[in-house]
Design a protein around this ligand. Sequence first.
Ligand code: 7TS
Length: 422
Amino acid sequence: MVNEWIFANEKNVGEIREEFPILQNKINLVGNDSPVDLIYLDTAATAQKPLQVIEAMSCYYREQNSNVHRALHTLGETATALYEGTRAKVQSFINAEYRHEIIFTRNTTESINLVASSFGSNLGPEDEILLTEMEHHSNLVPWQLLSERTGCKLKFIPINEHGELELDKLDELLTKKTALVGVVHISNIFGTINNIKLIIEKAHFLDIPVLIDGAQSTPHMPIDVQQLDCDFFVFSGHKLYGPMGIGVLYGKEKFLEKMPPYMGGGDMIRSVKLTGSTWNDLPWKFEAGTPNVGGAAGLGSAIDYINELSFDSICSYENMLTKYAGKLLSGIKNIKIYGPAENRSGVFSFTHNDLHPHDMAQFLDRFGIAVRAGHHCAQPAMRKLKVSSMARASLSFYNTRSEIEYLVEKINAAGEYFNNGI
Ligand code: 7TS
């Protein structure tokens, strides 16, 4: 079953899995003598890393480690070329027009904080930010902080019970006061793929810029920021099979040029006097201090890995797996799956009538199955659906149909255990 699928690089799923060292590991369960295979179904939280990413980072620290943009020595130039080379890879990966529109941050969260703080610095009580009810906390709280600071108002596109945006409300929510729209591309709880093209078109009709949270979309579909015509696009390296600690903010030059720096320090200045400074060019104006060069080495390698695999292969395999999981999971008695039936990604949040999601996650863990349980950092969306916690299985191209079958078997077993065992 594992070897059934051939990817663009002529590898089958079994061979792909071998490239991820952690997937070869066994899990040592407390109180259980025989370790079990890891069934990793928590890619929406963070993706596992292929060996080439781990090696790119190790190679950087063993052979290339040096600070960037300042040294005249060969090692410094090598590190700078590596760091800026990853910027070029990101540029072509999301098809940005200019390389200097790519800003390195720590993660999606920091990218959004940067935009909220810098783009938002001129806003006042007459301005509105339009978000949605399904945002991750990282696309809510930075705007709440901005609202507290500037008095700007926050408005929200509502969601329905299927975890879909009520886009028929968009026309009345977009007004002359709207300063920016921020929307998640793929929901990390519902798996909903939002119609961001429509949202961007409608917002642009009124000259309103749009920020897209691409944390969950970038790993699973090709992104073309010019075709989307979004004004800001943000994502995290660690969800894209790269390392933790590096993320990306794409912003259109016309906005980034006008925005004030987010943090002050080394590298982001042109000239410093005791009483004032002038700023470096883009993108460095937004990259104060020593950056995560090792992280950039890993991210560059992750992008190479995905390009080699190709989104054609990734999308068709993951779509097949998503449909298969949807079919099998919806056949389980006593569970409710959230999110739309169609046009969704491989993120399946669910609740069971007879047991708490935390019990479910702990039960599954006994068999080496890693799923997440909790509010998934999207409390307002959970509240709207009147649920305090859900279990969530999320998929990637390194998962297999047999893993899904095993998950279903163990969810059923959990139901039986909690019904009979107590
Ligand atoms: N936006 C979305 C849609 C996300 O899913 C996440 C992380 C973030 C933003 C924040 O990303 P970070 O890299 O800055 O932390 N989502 C999840 C999740 O669903 N489970 O763990 C992290």
